[in-house]
Design a protein around this ligand. Structure first.
Ligand code: SF4
Ligand code: SF4
Length: 182
């Protein structure tokens, strides 16, 4: 299975980018406040792969190190739909509390110019706080694997781009428990 790869340097989050994230969250919360039917904005949770398929997906993303997260910038794909879910799940938090929750989750060291939550070992944003897109996105390599029937017993994951190449083997009988990318 082939997936892309990235190897940007890790840097502390620039203050200007964190301010841009805060502005984006303020706008998303305002959009939610102005919505006529805010409850209708909440998206259904999409089923996630399980078992061996989930192990292979994690191994792919671990070797890739988050090529697709580079598009997250200062918005992380968060919008009024995510805010509707987060407000519903955290009724004790006001808007300032929600913004503080996100600011605390910014990676202390993140990949340069990538999403502010794109840290050394993966996404630093808890899954319930992520945009639905982040929880359900699979690149072409992962999709090709997930569509296979039957699933193979062993998968070699190859993450590559330019001169970078990282590999891992995932076996159905002996799952890799050490994979940290979630
Ligand atoms: S879905 Fe995973 S493997 Fe594919 S680009 Fe994103 S991080 Fe890489
Ligand atoms: S919030 Fe997490 S999963 Fe989404 S783009 Fe940013 S680092 Fe990637």
């Amino acid at each position: 299975m082939s997936v892309p790869a990235q190897d940007s340097p890790l840097v502390p989050p620039p203050a200007g980018r964190v301010r841009a994230l805060k502005r984006h969250l303020v706008e998303s919360l305002r959009d939610l406040r102005e919505a006529k039917h805010p409850e209708r904005l909440i998206q259904k949770r999409t089923a996630q792969p399980e078992g061996f398929a989930a192990d292979v997906v994690r191994a792919g993303c671990t070797q890739c190190q988050g090529h697709c997260c580079r598009g997250g910038g200062e918005h992380a794909y968060l919008d009024d739909r995510t805010m509707a879910r987060v407000r519903r799940d955290n009724p004790d938090l006001d808007a300032a509390g929600v913004i503080a929750l996100y600011k605390r989750s910014v990676a202390s060291e993140g990949y340069e110019n990538s999403c502010l939550f794109h840290g050394r070992t993966g996404c630093t944003l808890a899954k319930p706080l992520r945009a639905e897109l982040c929880n359900t996105y699979y690149c072409n390599g992962l999709w090709d694997f997930l569509k296979m029937r039957p699933l193979p017993d062993n998968v070699e994951v190859v993450a590559s781009k330019g001169g970078i190449e990282r590999r891992a083997v995932v076996k159905a009988a002996a799952r890799e428990e050490a994979c940290r990318w979630e």
